[in-house]
Ligand binder design. Structure first.
Ligand SMILES: [Zn+2]
Length: 267
């Protein structure tokens, strides 16, 4: 079906997932006990397609294999095939990139990242060389702030926007921070013009209005914790009455896999 932007939340937990392996907080204990008020969640990732045939995956967490198996449109159609046309990275955090190492079966991949994110992975991490078995194994395509990159086969254009964030832990003190370290992605369906914003790991709400302006759907995942200036209540207050938000941070909401079309409008 044309004219639709399909957005599938593959996972909606912060790094570590839910429950987290080394956590026995109230919520993690409830989910291990099978309490129906909570549901297991994998680490944040989103699949987007304008045609339902070829898909863009945003971030590859360590849960990516499980997430693919839980969403049949991402299953291969023949012996060596994948409907995944490209993987876009919003930053170089391990919980957004470790899944790349699970997708290494000599399958040609296109990975979209800003130059600092690409360099931080490839030039500083020998393990990532496993994704370069052949010259055409992984094709890195550069996301440049403010520029749209066309993905014709997915039916979308993708544009990175700088958002507050930080260097991944493993690069802190090694490389210089850059506005390109952490980006939100504006995904525009070429045919319908429907636009989705995917903003993961937003470190602060400063300037978020400009980031989400004009979008039909915003799936913004701020990291709520003492390390950031965001708080869930601040985010809720910001969104209330302006956006019909998807409560991705709420552990009481079942988000194991819901699919919505870009029919959500600004509230
Ligand atoms: Zn916990």
């Amino acid at each position: 079906m044309q004219g639709v932007l399909r957005v599938r939340v593959l996972g909606s937990a912060a790094g570590g997932g839910f429950p987290q392996w080394n956590c026995a907080c109230g919520n993690c204990t409830l989910v291990r006990a099978g309490d129906e008020r909570v549901v297991q969640r994998t680490q944040d990732s989103i699949a987007i397609s304008a045609n339902g045939q070829r898909w863009l995956i945003i971030n590859a967490s360590p849960d990516v294999l499980r997430q693919i198996e839980q969403f049949s449109p991402l299953w291969p159609q023949s012996a060596r095939h994948t409907p995944i046309a490209a993987i876009a990275l919003t930053n170089g955090d391990l919980d957004h990139v470790l899944g790349l190492l699970s997708l290494r079966e000599s399958q040609p991949l296109a990975v979209l990242a800003t130059e600092p994110v690409r360099a931080g992975l490839i030039e500083r991490n020998a393990m990532l060389r496993t994704l370069a078995r052949s010259a055409d194994h992984v094709q890195w395509r550069s996301l440049v702030l403010g520029n749209e990159l066309l993905l014709d086969d997915v039916g979308v254009a993708i544009r990175p926007v700088a958002v507050p964030g930080k260097l991944p832990e493993h690069l802190t003190g090694i490389t210089r921070p850059s506005p390109e370290d952490n980006v939100a992605l504006r995904i525009r369906a070429l045919e319908s013009g429907k636009t989705a914003i995917v903003a993961t790991a937003v470190g602060s709400l400063d300037g978020i209005d400009a980031v989400v302006a004009g979008a039909d759907v915003s799936s913004s995942m701020a990291h709520f914790g003492p390390r950031t200036s965001s708080s869930r209540s601040a985010w809720d207050a910001h969104a209330r009455g302006r956006w019909r938000t998807c409560p991705l941070g709420a552990t009481k909401v079942a988000l194991r896999g819901w699919l919505f079309r870009c029919s959500l409008q600004r509230a």
